[in-house]
Design a protein around this ligand. Structure first.
Ligand code: SF4
Ligand code: SF4
Length: 207
């Protein structure tokens, strides 16, 4: 049986995405940048005065056809970069109240399809070894102290990344764990696509 899979691997060839040298091979329509200009109903107020706020969108599609997905994957906002972290970038994941999907998509960037390790991006289980904290989910009472303690334990320089609409704005489920002004990087989506996550994390290092 193992010979079969070995043969399949040789037959299919390299399957890792060419990022950062090429766009995603099969970009998903959802989530992606939405385009439109007319005011329409949105359950999270992501559409106001004809403008779309990626950090509030839960990809429910109720705004179609007034707003439509473009397939563009850059649903992120980089407010601060740390070029010193180019050669080694360790992320500490903190789930303050996520449904699980943001966690899964973050994990996917370390799979063979994206292989974040080849870009010097790693996961650590200790905030003391982390360069960035990745916050996912809404604020839950029990995680308030954990977020504060983890952030204080991290050495400088450090970045705060909000992953997913819950962490950025609370989405439809509750309140976000921090204010949007406090995040250095916003990665929007419910959940964001792995390609979007990888691109935003790479850009956090000034690339
Ligand atoms: S997809 Fe849903 S949440 Fe996003 S802008 Fe449209 S209506 Fe609002
Ligand atoms: S942003 Fe969406 S996918 Fe991520 S934790 Fe919230 S509900 Fe789940």
């Amino acid at each position: 049986m193992s010979n079969f899979w070995f043969g399949e691997g040789l037959r299919k060839g390299r399957k890792t995405e060419r990022f950062p040298h090429a766009p995603p091979e099969e970009p998903p329509l959802w989530p992606s940048v939405l385009e439109g200009s007319t005011d329409t109903f949105c359950p999270t107020d992501a559409i106001k005065d004809g403008k779309w706020d990626s950090g509030k969108c839960i990809s429910c599609r109720l705004c179609m056809p007034e707003f439509r997905p473009t397939g563009k994957q850059d649903t992120f906002l980089i407010k601060k970069t740390e070029p010193a972290l180019k050669k080694s970038f360790y992320l500490y994941k903190l789930d303050t109240g996520a449904c699980g999907a943001c966690n899964i998509e973050l994990g996917t960037i370390f799979d063979p399809q994206y292989d974040a390790n080849r870009l010097n991006i790693f996961i650590t289980s200790s905030p003391r070894h982390a360069d960035a904290i990745v916050v996912m989910g809404i604020q839950t009472e029990g995680m308030k102290e954990a977020l504060k303690n983890a952030y204080e334990a991290m050495p400088e320089p450090k970045l705060i990344i909000s992953l997913g609409t819950c962490a950025i704005s609370g989405g439809i489920l509750g309140d976000s764990p921090m204010s949007r002004d406090e995040y250095h990087i916003e990665i929007a989506g419910c959940p964001p696509s792995p390609y979007t996550i990888l691109e935003a994390i790479a850009k956090a290092r000034g690339e």
